[in-house]
Design a protein around this ligand. Structure first.
Ligand code: ZN
Length: 183
């Protein structure tokens, strides 16, 4: 099922999302929600989606970076060299630790700000503690593009958007970026 997404300006995008209990994570309701979020992300050609973006102030994100996206992003304007396929997964109640300064620039867009992109500085590597879809705790160490996606999506759970961190003079419409070509 494709869910309705909310745009910047909606309060839920600026709230701190609530953590989920283990019983909730294992519930049919959340199991179904994860699948609907997956379908919604794929439909929008996104690589990540956080629950506040579908109007739910819960600490839940889904991420997927397919082979198909990998081909498309080989020309993308990012300084990250590490682009690898990331299988679909959901994570709950994540806490993030940046393993270094947020000084790697890369272009980001967001399904909650359709039609816009900007250059955003992020840490090259992160460590995330979270619960997986079975409610088991896990630690993920990520670098490159995966680390960027994690920082972007976990920001959503804290009521933050990439526009809070972007280099504001790079803020552009997708159209104008395409018109002026890739730098
Ligand atoms: Zn976003």
């Amino acid at each position: 099922m494709i869910l309705k997404t909310v745009n910047v300006g909606e309060r839920v995008l600026r709230q701190k999302a609530r953590p989920l209990k283990q019983e909730e994570i294992r519930s049919t309701f959340i199991g179904d929600l994860v699948l609907h979020m997956r379908d919604t992300m794929r439909d929008a050609l996104g690589v990540g989606l956080a629950a506040p973006q579908i109007g739910e102030a819960m600490q839940l994100i889904v991420i997927e970076f397919t082979e198909e996206y990998l081909k498309r992003s080989s020309e993308a304007q990012t300084t990250e060299t590490e682009h690898t396929v990331i299988p679909f997964h959901a994570m709950f109640n994540p806490t993030i630790e940046l393993l270094g300064p947020a000084d790697v620039m890369g272009i980001e867009g967001c399904l909650s700000l359709p039609g816009f992109v900007a250059a955003v500085p992020r840490a090259a590597a992160v460590r995330v503690h979270c619960l997986n879809e079975y409610g088991k705790s896990q630690t993920i160490e990520a670098s490159g593009f995966y680390a960027r996606i994690l920082q972007h999506e976990i920001d959503h759970l804290n009521g933050q958007l990439y526009i809070d961190r972007m280099q504001s003079e790079t803020f552009s419409t997708v159209q104008s970026v395409q018109r002026h070509g890739k730098k």
